[in-house]
Design a binder for this molecule. Structure first.
Ligand SMILES: *Cc1c(COP(=O)(O)O)cnc(C)c1O
Length: 343
């Protein structure tokens, strides 16, 4: 009954087997390993982007912060949703790595900004000339922090506003695979075809031991990213072990199968939690993350029965929770959770 986060899941056997295979003999360090060449080729193929630059980093925070730093000057504004991971969960890493760019929050229901909420923030930023931070970069998150998803058309609409404002677009895809399968989109359709310049391509939340890729669609930015990654201390010496995880993730559609399962289990949690007496979903559950509330009195018994999840702030006399399904959540786990939450 582990629903605290999808990072609590173990590593799929295919990935551990790939690590064991990679553990034979010698390999060049610092990303010059042969497996990394396959990873780059495979991601270029998956994204229909033969020129794209691909880098591996150990955490999503690193991926986001270094991507933003590469595309946004220190005097820039990083436009992000009010509850974006970059704003609430990265301990100031984006500000640190950009050398002080300012996060400018864009509101929007259910974790999503819209053209209507973005427009006024874009319009007023930089209006004070030299006295203001300048428009720097737009960053979107898909799957969002509220468990909703942007469709490629929604991303394209926001990106075109960024383009008109003369700034690039970053996508935080810590759960990119979950967003893709939720919208039945293509990787290219969700990214460069929708105006995305740089992607944090998640692996860890979807089963890897600890690897994210940064995919840069404009190869002219690649060298700067490489320098920033090294300078930040995030260029792995024994890099083949990162490469091997990502290669296994991309082989035979494993990344999509894992996400499909997580989303299916998330859908099951949403359906069954919503049916509990007096319960409501707080956001549309469109991938593997479910936010719900219910009349108070269930956290205690559910915890006592072994359910693990995060409490969320709730209205008086109610309790709220965030419940996350992962690649290895089973229907039996969901049934046990529902039994534990049933009055
Ligand atoms: C988990 C997560 C990240 C990356 O977090 P790390 O803990 O640094 O790996 C980034 N963005 C979102 C939306 C996330 O959920």
């Amino acid at each position: 009954m582990f629903f605290a986060s999808d990072n609590g899941s173990p590593v799929p056997p295919e990935v551990l087997a790939a690590l064991a295979r990679a553990n034979e003999g010698y390999a060049r360090g610092y990303g010059a390993d042969e497996i990394m060449a396959h990873v780059t080729a495979r991601l270029r193929e998956i994204f229909e982007a033969p020129e794209a630059a691909v880098f591996l980093v150990p955490t999503g925070t690193t991926a986001n912060a270094l991507a933003l730093a590469t595309f946004c000057p220190p005097w820039g504004a990083v436009f992000c949703h009010t509850h974006a991971h970059v704003a609430e969960d990265e301990c100031g890493a984006p500000e640190f790595y950009t050398a002080g760019a300012k996060l400018v929050l864009v509101p929007g229901a259910h974790g999503k900004m819209t053209p209507e909420t973005l427009a006024p923030v874009l319009a007023r930023t930089g209006a004070g000339g030299v006295h203001s931070v300048q428009k720097g970069i737009l960053t979107l998150t898909n799957v969002t922090e509220a468990g909703t998803v942007y469709t490629p058309a929604e991303i394209a609409a926001l990106s075109s506003m960024a383009r008109e404002a003369g700034i690039p677009v970053h996508l935080d895809g810590a759960r990119f695979a979950n967003a893709l399968v939720a919208t039945a989109s293509s990787p290219a359709g969700m990214t460069w075809k929708a105006g995305v310049d740089v992607l944090s391509f998640g692996g860890t939340k979807n089963g890897l031991m600890g690897v994210e890729a940064v995919v840069i669609f404009d190869p002219a930015k690649a060298w700067e990213f490489e320098l920033r990654r090294k300078r930040a201390g995030h260029l792995f010496s024994k890099h083949r072990y990162l490469s091997a995880q990502m290669e296994a993730y991309l082989a035979e559609g494993l990344w999509l199968r894992l996400a499909m399962h997580a989303n299916r289990m998330g859908g099951l949690v949403a359906e069954k939690v919503a049916a509990l007496p007096g319960a409501r979903l707080l956001h549309p559950a469109q991938a593997n993350i479910v936010f719900a509330d219910w009349p108070e009195g269930r956290h205690g018994p559910a915890r006592a029965a072994g359910a693990v999840y995060y409490d969320m702030p709730a209205e008086p006399r109610r309790e709220a929770a965030r419940l996350v399904a992962s690649w290895c959540t089973t229907e039996a786990d969901v049934e046990a959770l529902i039994a534990a939450l049933t009055p």
